[in-house]
Design a protein around this ligand. Sequence first.
Ligand code: FE
Length: 140
Amino acid sequence: MDTQSEKPQIETVELTDEQWRERLTSDQYEVLRRQATEPAFTGEYVNMKDDGTYQCAGCGAELFSSDTKFESGTGWPSFYEPAVAANVGTRPDHTHGMLRTEAFCRRCGGHLGHVFDDGPNPTGLRYCINSAALQFDTEK
Ligand code: FE
Protein backbone atom coordinates (compact mmCIF):
# COMPACT_ATOMS: atom_id res chain seq x y z
CA MET A 1 0.00 0.00 0.00
CA ASP A 2 2.93 2.32 -0.61
CA THR A 3 1.68 5.07 -2.89
CA GLN A 4 4.78 7.26 -2.50
CA SER A 5 5.83 6.45 -6.05
CA GLU A 6 2.82 8.01 -7.71
CA LYS A 7 3.51 11.42 -6.24
CA PRO A 8 1.12 14.00 -7.69
CA GLN A 9 2.06 17.62 -7.99
CA ILE A 10 0.44 19.31 -5.03
CA GLU A 11 1.40 22.46 -3.25
CA THR A 12 3.15 21.44 -0.05
CA VAL A 13 3.19 23.21 3.29
CA GLU A 14 6.55 23.24 5.03
CA LEU A 15 6.93 24.88 8.41
CA THR A 16 9.62 24.67 11.05
CA ASP A 17 9.01 22.68 14.19
CA GLU A 18 8.62 25.95 16.09
CA GLN A 19 6.00 27.20 13.63
CA TRP A 20 4.04 23.97 13.97
CA ARG A 21 4.12 24.27 17.75
CA GLU A 22 2.69 27.77 17.46
CA ARG A 23 0.05 26.84 14.92
CA LEU A 24 -1.25 23.63 16.51
CA THR A 25 -2.73 22.71 19.87
CA SER A 26 -0.56 20.32 21.86
CA ASP A 27 -2.85 17.38 20.98
CA GLN A 28 -2.73 18.26 17.29
CA TYR A 29 1.03 18.68 17.43
CA GLU A 30 1.64 15.35 19.13
CA VAL A 31 -0.44 13.49 16.53
CA LEU A 32 0.41 15.37 13.35
CA ARG A 33 4.09 16.08 13.97
CA ARG A 34 5.10 13.39 16.48
CA GLN A 35 3.04 10.42 15.20
CA ALA A 36 1.19 10.06 18.50
CA THR A 37 -2.10 8.16 18.74
CA GLU A 38 -4.86 9.71 20.80
CA PRO A 39 -6.48 7.37 23.34
CA ALA A 40 -9.47 5.45 21.93
CA PHE A 41 -12.91 7.04 22.38
CA THR A 42 -11.45 10.41 23.42
CA GLY A 43 -11.41 12.28 20.10
CA GLU A 44 -14.09 14.80 19.24
CA TYR A 45 -15.06 13.13 15.95
CA VAL A 46 -15.43 9.49 17.05
CA ASN A 47 -19.21 9.68 17.14
CA MET A 48 -19.68 12.55 14.70
CA LYS A 49 -22.43 11.77 12.19
CA ASP A 50 -22.98 15.17 10.61
CA ASP A 51 -22.61 15.65 6.87
CA GLY A 52 -19.47 17.46 5.85
CA THR A 53 -15.80 17.27 5.06
CA TYR A 54 -12.87 16.38 7.28
CA GLN A 55 -9.83 18.51 6.56
CA CYS A 56 -6.27 18.25 7.80
CA ALA A 57 -5.94 20.13 11.10
CA GLY A 58 -2.42 21.07 10.06
CA CYS A 59 -2.95 22.56 6.63
CA GLY A 60 -6.64 22.43 5.70
CA ALA A 61 -6.26 19.87 2.90
CA GLU A 62 -9.49 18.01 2.15
CA LEU A 63 -9.00 14.46 3.42
CA PHE A 64 -12.23 12.57 4.12
CA SER A 65 -15.96 12.91 3.55
CA SER A 66 -18.71 12.04 6.02
CA ASP A 67 -20.11 9.86 3.20
CA THR A 68 -17.36 7.28 3.79
CA LYS A 69 -17.30 7.44 7.60
CA PHE A 70 -18.46 4.27 9.31
CA GLU A 71 -18.94 2.88 12.79
CA SER A 72 -15.85 0.74 13.40
CA GLY A 73 -16.18 0.35 17.15
CA THR A 74 -12.46 1.05 17.53
CA GLY A 75 -12.76 4.45 19.21
CA TRP A 76 -11.27 6.40 16.32
CA PRO A 77 -12.96 8.08 13.35
CA SER A 78 -12.96 5.50 10.57
CA PHE A 79 -13.36 5.99 6.83
CA TYR A 80 -13.28 3.49 3.99
CA GLU A 81 -11.59 5.83 1.51
CA PRO A 82 -10.10 9.34 1.22
CA ALA A 83 -12.18 12.15 -0.27
CA VAL A 84 -9.22 13.31 -2.33
CA ALA A 85 -6.90 10.38 -2.92
CA ALA A 86 -3.98 12.62 -3.87
CA ASN A 87 -4.07 14.27 -0.42
CA VAL A 88 -3.70 11.10 1.63
CA GLY A 89 -0.42 9.23 1.35
CA THR A 90 0.46 5.85 2.85
CA ARG A 91 3.77 4.31 3.83
CA PRO A 92 4.99 1.39 5.94
CA ASP A 93 5.28 2.06 9.67
CA HIS A 94 7.54 -0.31 11.62
CA THR A 95 7.23 1.38 15.01
CA HIS A 96 5.95 -0.28 18.20
CA GLY A 97 7.00 -3.74 17.02
CA MET A 98 4.29 -3.93 14.39
CA LEU A 99 4.14 -3.60 10.66
CA ARG A 100 1.36 -1.17 9.92
CA THR A 101 0.51 1.23 7.12
CA GLU A 102 0.66 4.86 8.14
CA ALA A 103 -1.68 7.42 6.58
CA PHE A 104 -0.32 10.94 6.27
CA CYS A 105 -1.30 14.27 4.75
CA ARG A 106 0.50 14.76 1.47
CA ARG A 107 0.33 18.53 1.68
CA CYS A 108 1.93 19.08 5.09
CA GLY A 109 3.36 15.64 5.84
CA GLY A 110 1.30 15.40 9.02
CA HIS A 111 0.60 11.98 10.54
CA LEU A 112 -3.11 11.10 10.37
CA GLY A 113 -3.39 7.52 11.57
CA HIS A 114 -3.18 4.05 10.00
CA VAL A 115 -4.85 2.04 7.27
CA PHE A 116 -6.03 -1.53 7.85
CA ASP A 117 -7.53 -4.04 5.44
CA ASP A 118 -10.52 -5.00 7.58
CA GLY A 119 -12.81 -2.22 6.39
CA PRO A 120 -16.23 -2.46 4.77
CA ASN A 121 -17.15 -2.48 1.11
CA PRO A 122 -16.52 -1.08 -1.39
CA THR A 123 -12.79 -0.78 -0.58
CA GLY A 124 -12.29 -3.21 2.28
CA LEU A 125 -10.06 -0.56 3.85
CA ARG A 126 -10.30 1.12 7.22
CA TYR A 127 -8.60 4.48 7.53
CA CYS A 128 -8.28 4.74 11.30
CA ILE A 129 -7.72 8.45 11.85
CA ASN A 130 -7.00 10.52 14.94
CA SER A 131 -9.61 13.20 15.60
CA ALA A 132 -6.77 15.54 16.54
CA ALA A 133 -5.48 15.38 12.97
CA LEU A 134 -8.83 16.50 11.58
CA GLN A 135 -11.00 19.57 11.47
CA PHE A 136 -14.62 19.19 10.46
CA ASP A 137 -16.25 21.50 7.94
CA THR A 138 -20.01 21.36 7.38
CA GLU A 139 -19.48 22.55 3.81
CA LYS A 140 -19.07 19.78 1.31
FE1 FE B 1 -1.98 18.60 6.15
